[in-house]
Design a protein around this ligand. Structure first.
Ligand code: NAP
Ligand code: F7E
Length: 347
């Protein structure tokens, strides 16, 4: 019989790739989508055009802030696997809406776990979308973070995710749940939300190539992130739930790149000559063409966060070995894929 999976956050970047992946594997996929006044299914609409896949995909209204909706959906489906991907996932915005972020990204996880307990779903496996934002401080002895690194989050988002990380472990130990944390470092794709920095940059350069005169306003250019591809990472989410015992895994590439370097990678791909000048809030970037300078990037203080994690690099050794996985995408390929896709979208 086909396995049944429930994905919270199916309309998000990861949810959409995971849905495709599980449908391809023959799963019946159920997704929870929240009520919104405008359409929020653009990342999964294409699945409905594929009759082979769409017949096994079912969407239900629900919300991580609404416990009864979760109990109702879980009771109806009784899934073999739950992937809890729903969250208010923007770190910057979590400073502006901290209480809502805690409700969804923190307590929302408890509501799903409690629904499982209340309905006695003892055989259901649970995946929690944990994050590198749990780690706030560069490790003393090592230059990367692993499963044993100290967790000192630096945002309402990170704190909410820390709660979810621990409550997942508590339910594993207290009630013998098959519950796992995937501690994922940043992962991007053409489906990344446009307010996250990589997509903001690739969309800007796609517009520029098509003749736009816009200026790109960014925040902290020095922050370093470990960027992987969402497709690799969603495949590993599935693998985490296929192991004989539940466990927690860091998923990362083991490489780190600053925002400024990411911009440079985009220019390199597009064969654009870029010149940086100034420091801090006064830093600017120009395109050099035919001996002329065009201002393209400025800093806007509003994109600085009240508190920032300056450096993130993961150590994925345990995950790559135990899950027997080899990453398929490099950052260079990711930049190319995102820019090409944005140009196509704009055209
Ligand atoms: P995303 O694109 O922001 O998707 C978040 C999903 O959660 C969307 O489907 C969103 O619905 C849904 N959602 C938001 N609030 C909800 C609520 N109150 N009730 C039900 N659903 C709600 O995030 P992502 O990049 O796919 O990430 C997936 C998960 O992994 C998130 O939990 C994120 O925090 C975590 N994570 C992400 C990364 C990364 O680099 N991408 C790294 C580590 C961990 P709408 O479509 O209606 O907004
Ligand atoms: O910021 C800096 C910003 O918003 C990356 C989420 O998926 O990954 C994501 O969180 C860096 C930060 O991602 C702008 O200050 C500079 O240092 O793309 P981001 P994030 O905050 O790392 C983690 C792992 C998650 O779990 C989250 O859900 O870029 N930055 N200038 C900027 N960031 C944004 N958004 N916009 C700027 O203009």
């Amino acid at each position: 019989m086909n396995k049944k999976a429930l994905i919270t956050g199916i309309t998000g970047q990861d949810g959409s790739y995971l849905a495709e992946y599980l449908l391809d594997k023959g799963y019946i996929v159920h997704g929870i989508k929240r009520k919104s006044s405008s359409f929020n299914t653009s990342r999964i609409d294409h699945i409905y055009k594929d009759s082979h896949l769409s017949s096994n995909l079912f969407l239900h209204y629900g919300d991580l802030t609404d416990a009864s909706s979760l109990v109702n959906v879980l009771n109806k489906i009784k899934p073999n696997e739950i992937y809890n991907l729903a969250a208010q996932s923007h770190v910057g915005h979590s400073f502006e809406i901290p209480e809502y972020t805690s409700e969804v990204t923190g307590l929302g996880t408890l509501r799903v776990l409690e629904a499982m307990r209340f309905l006695n779903l003892k055989k259901t496996k649970f995946y929690q979308a944990s994050t590198s934002e749990l780690f706030g401080q560069k490790p003393n002895r090592s230059n990367s973070f692993n499963e044993n690194s100290i967790m000192i989050p630096k945002s309402p988002y990170g704190v909410s995710k820390l709660y979810s990380y621990w409550i997942t472990k508590v339910y594993r130990e207290a009630y013998n749940f098959y519950a796992c944390n995937g501690i994922l470092f940043n992962h991007e794709s053409p489906r990344r939300g446009e307010t996250f920095v990589t997509r903001k940059i690739t969309m800007f350069f796609a517009k520029k190539i098509l003749g736009s005169k816009e200026i790109l306003y960014l925040g902290n250019l020095n922050a370093k992130r470990d960027w992987g591809h969402a497709k690799d990472y969603t495949e590993m989410q599935w693998k985490i739930l296929q192991q004989s015992k539940p466990d927690d895994y860091v998923i990362a590439t083991g490489k780190t790149t600053s925002i400024r370097e990411f911009v440079n990678l985009c220019c390199k791909y597009l064969k654009l000559k870029i010149l940086w000048s100034g420091k801090g809030i006064k830093e600017k970037a120009y395109l050099i063409k035919n001996g002329k300078k065009e201002l393209i990037i400025k800093i806007d203080k509003k994109y600085y966060r009240p508190l920032e994690i300056d450096y993130l690099k993961g150590n994925p050794k345990k995950a790559l070995k135990k899950l027997n996985y080899k990453l398929k995408h490099s950052l260079k390929d990711l930049v190319k894929e995102m820019i090409d896709s944005d140009i196509k979208l704009l055209k």
